[in-house]
Design a protein around this ligand. Structure first.
Ligand code: IPE
Ligand code: IPE
Ligand code: MG
Ligand code: MG
Length: 323
């Protein structure tokens, strides 16, 4: 299943999103321009802006509001990635060196800030106060989620509920913003807005669980970003949690990494091998599948059309994705 197939109902409008992103990169300052070119470089899956458009296909599909919203969402996503790479000390993203790697933390913070403000400016073009407020609140939620993650780094004593809360804040909130805002801007009735908002939330949880799986089992070349980085940063994700439950011994490599014992790269390698050899991956996929089922159920409240089918297929894609 390819994303091209999923995006079929909005195929004609995707180049307009790319054009909008291109326009964001055109600024007079040569220094800013260089940073933007890197930050906005292609290779992303464009799932969030596609969701804005697909979610608007159940009522009035008005591109003059939807396009700025779709571009704003991808710009916001980019800002969170630029900041996230600095926080996570990541040197590669979408197969290219990160802004953090090339220019350092200060420039990454400033570029991220610039993009956040740009995203807000774009959202104001929707002239919809509810959406503008929702957008601001989502940024607050994401920042709060990333703060929680940083504050609980290398902490072994975290529950599954805490994990879910964390990924809801840092990832599901943005994907839910995409679907909800698309529905709101199409002036869909409240129950459709709710169904699409909930769909985005559940899809987002599944999406991040799979991202956390791929940090163990993925192929760096395919993903365009490194594996093992969650352990290196002391981020306790579902696969690591399950490995701790499975092997409660003191020499569990996850425990040793989090207690800062032994050689970290060596322990990361052991942890990845153990996870890959055990049924942990499969159990994590079952957890993701539960949220996928919830997302499918949310779609039952929508009228049946091409877009609903695309949203169903997107759930499938997210759970099966390799990048
Ligand atoms: C990466 O998101 C950040 C997470 C929430 C895991 P994507 O995997 O959607 O990133 P791109 O935009 O396709 O590169
Ligand atoms: C991404 O989480 C969450 C954001 C808010 C950007 P990750 O740290 O897992 O994302 P990747 O793996 O770097 O893309
Ligand atoms: Mg990261
Ligand atoms: Mg990740």
């Amino acid at each position: 299943l390819s994303l091209d197939a999923v995006y079929q109902p909005i195929r004609a409008d995707l180049p307009k999103i790319e054009a909008g992103l291109g326009a964001v990169g055109r600024v007079s300052s040569p220094w800013l321009s260089e940073l933007l070119a890197h930050g906005l470089a292609g290779g992303g899956k464009r799932i969030r802006p596609a969701l804005v458009l697909l979610s608007a296909k159940f009522h009035h599909y008005n591109l003059s509001y939807l396009l700025p919203m779709a571009v704003a969402i991808e710009v916001l996503h980019t800002a969170t990635l630029v900041h996230d790479d600095a926080i996570d000390h990541s040197s590669v993203r979408r197969g290219h060196p990160t802004v953090y790697h090339l220019w350092g933390e200060g420039k990454a913070i400033l570029l991220g800030d610039y993009l956040l403000a740009k995203a807000e400016e774009l959202v104001s073009e929707t002239q919809n106060l509810g959406v503008i407020r929702l957008f601001a609140r989502t940024i607050m939620t994401i920042a709060s989620g990333e703060i929680t993650q940083a504050a609980t780094a290398f902490n072994l004593d975290q529950s599954r509920e805490q994990y879910l809360e964390r990924i809801a804040a840092k990832t599901a909130s943005l994907i839910s913003l995409a679907t909800r805002s698309g529905a709101v801007l199409s002036e869909a009735p409240e129950r459709l807005v709710e169904a699409l908002g909930e769909y985005g939330y559940n899809l987002g949880i599944a999406f991040q669980i799979v991202d956390d799986i791929l940090d163990f089992s993925g192929d760096e070349a395919k993903m365009g970003k490194p594996t093992g980085s969650d352990l290196a940063e002391g981020t306790l994700t579902l696969p690591a949690m399950l490995l701790l439950e499975r092997y409660p011994a003191d020499d569990n490599p996850v425990r040793r990494i989090f207690r800062k014992e032994g050689d970290r790269p060596e322990n990361i390698k052991r942890a990845i091998d153990l996870v890959r050899q055990s049924s942990v991956i499969e159990e994590c996929y079952q957890a993701a599948a539960e949220y996928a089922r919830r997302a499918y159920r949310n779609l039952e409240h929508l009228p049946d059309n091409d877009s609903r089918q695309a949203l169903r297929e997107l759930v499938e894609f997210v759970v099966a994705r390799q990048k």
